[in-house]
Design a protein around this ligand. Structure first.
Ligand code: SAM
Ligand code: SF4
Ligand code: F3S
Length: 452
């Protein structure tokens, strides 16, 4: 590759979708930085515009077309020519087919090809042609690529890629491939290096972290990984996502034993109806999920449980939905991401007909949101008049004199920045907050002592 052609070029990345894509964007950004490119905040200032795409639901999918088309009306970039690149899950799914509808796209790179993005973009600048790379082969280079972290105090740490579960509604296994765990020592060494560089919190990433290591060791070793990462001196450990069928008792024990593991677990339930769960190919029943929650709460009292729920899976009856509603009332989630089912071509659920009218599904969705709002508020009320340690991430979007951080339970916490204080001396620091307001989506209070 004639990488020198990229030196001095400006680039802009817009990322859609989940943390996997956010982290892939950090890798793309790190690679372009190492080739002498410079990141800018607006597409109009960029010689290279990159969209990291998501196709988990239809809404995410359609957004790309608008974004790419709007690039046509941008003024000419600093270098006189703009290269548009599309990466992520839509690129992996559609490959060259994207060019049929998006004639201004120059580079298409799949989820297995991010290590090649530099050479593809350089070729596009050189010859003005389209360049596409979406082979479903292991991208050996990705985890050793340089990476440009969004913050100095938090880091995503991918521990595995892909998914073997094939939940019947989900496109992810088709666009991210099969589960592939990273070597155990490589992850632990990476976290130790992050600690040395000042990182205080990490989030271990995988579509199903509980099965980490199965492909290497023949059995999951996520519990061992949590314990080993806990020895590195990292102050806060989070992880996502956990599939209930693979959450072993030894993992719950490790979560309880390792002080750095935060008291928060995201445990996607998807539905409270055993019949629907079977149709979804989730491989647990309502009762098994509730038993699992009980054993987690026995070992880790006060833990914040959050979840994902899909409303309107094909054939969901009112009775099925009432089961979801009663499960949510019983588990009392601290937060839930609720989604209306979106048909994804290529998945097995896409073949199931569904006569349920959209307004019925919308009504169910709203009823579920109202239960979640009640339990989220109740969970936050549990922290009222207590002192909560918050890792400060920045200031509130609405008020730049209000510090914003995260509690151990992953709640958003606000506290006023002391008069005359410099925000930079708080970002990435932990502060104690005396909570005197507990709303549905945040806590707020006053600072006790200084940042540490
Ligand atoms: N691997 C993670 C897990 O199983 O917990 C989740 C991955 S997916 C990126 C995030 C969430 O999107 C899922 O938990 C599910 O609730 C939702 N989702 C996936 N496919 C969907 C679809 N076709 N329609 C609506 N929601 C969907
Ligand atoms: Fe999708 Fe299921 Fe895999 Fe999660 S576990 S990524 S929902 S197939
Ligand atoms: Fe979307 Fe791909 Fe993540 S489809 S949710 S960006 S794995």
């Amino acid at each position: 590759m004639n990488s020198s052609i990229l030196s001095g070029k400006t680039y802009f990345i817009r990322t859609f979708g989940c943390q996997m894509n956010l982290h892939d964007s950090e890798r793309v950004s790190g690679l372009l930085d190492s080739l002498g490119c410079l990141e800018v905040g607006e597409p109009s200032d960029a010689d290279i515009v990159i969209f990291m795409t998501c196709c988990v639901r239809e809404a995410a999918d359609t957004r790309l077309y608008g974004q790419c088309s709007s690039c046509k009306s941008l003024p000419k970039p600093p270098s006189g020519r703009r290269v548009i690149a599309v990466g992520g899950c839509i690129a992996q799914r559609d490959g060259e087919g994207l060019l049929t509808n998006l004639d201004n796209v120059d580079v298409i790179f799949g989820t297995h090809s991010i290590a090649h993005v530099g050479e593809l973009i350089a070729q596009a600048f050189e010859d003005g042609d389209h360049h596409v790379r979406c082979e479903e082969i292991e991208d050996k280079g990705a985890t050793s690529m340089p990476w440009h972290r969004a913050t100095t105090f938090h880091s995503w740490v991918p521990i595995m890629t892909g998914c073997n579960n094939f939940c019947s509604y989900c496109i992810v296994p088709y666009v991210r491939g099969r589960e592939k765990s990273r070597p155990f020592e490589q992850i632990v060494d990476e976290v130790a290096g992050l600690v040395r560089s000042g990182v205080r919190e990490i989030t271990l990433l995988g579509q199903n972290v509980n099965s980490y290591g199965r492909d290497i060791f023949g059995k999951p070793r996520f519990a061992d990984l949590l314990r080993a990462v806990g020895e590195t001196g990292i102050e806060r450990i989070r992880f996502t996502s956990s599939h209930p069928k693979d959450l072993l008792p030894e993992t719950i024990n490790a979560m309880a034993d390792v002080p750095a593991v935060m008291p928060h677990l995201h445990l996607a339930v998807q539905s409270g109806s055993t019949r629907v769960l079977k149709e979804m190919n989730r491989r647990y029943t309502r009762e098994q999920y509730i038993d699992l929650v009980r054993s987690i709460r026995e070992k880790i009292p006060g833990i914040a449980l959050t979840t994902d729920i899909i409303v309107g899976f094909p054939g969901e009856t009112e009775e099925d939905f009432l089961q979801t509603l009663s499960l949510a009332e019983e588990v009392r989630y601290a937060l839930a991401f609720t989604f209306i089912y979106s048909k994804r071509e290529g998945t097995s659920a896409a073949k199931i007909d569904d006569p349920t009218p959209h307004d019925v599904i919308l009504d169910r969705f709203n009823r579920l949101v109202s239960v979640i709002e009640t339990t989220a508020h109740e969970f936050n009320q549990g922290q009222l008049h207590t002192t909560v340690p918050a890792l400060i991430e920045g200031t509130s979007k609405k008020d730049d004199c209000m510090l914003q951080g995260k509690s151990p339970w992953n709640q958003t916490v606000h506290a006023p920045l002391p008069e005359g204080a410099d925000i930079d001396s708080y970002i990435g620091k932990i502060v104690d907050v005396d909570v005197d307001v507990a709303k549905t989506w945040y806590l707020s209070g006053s600072l006790v002592g200084g940042p540490r």
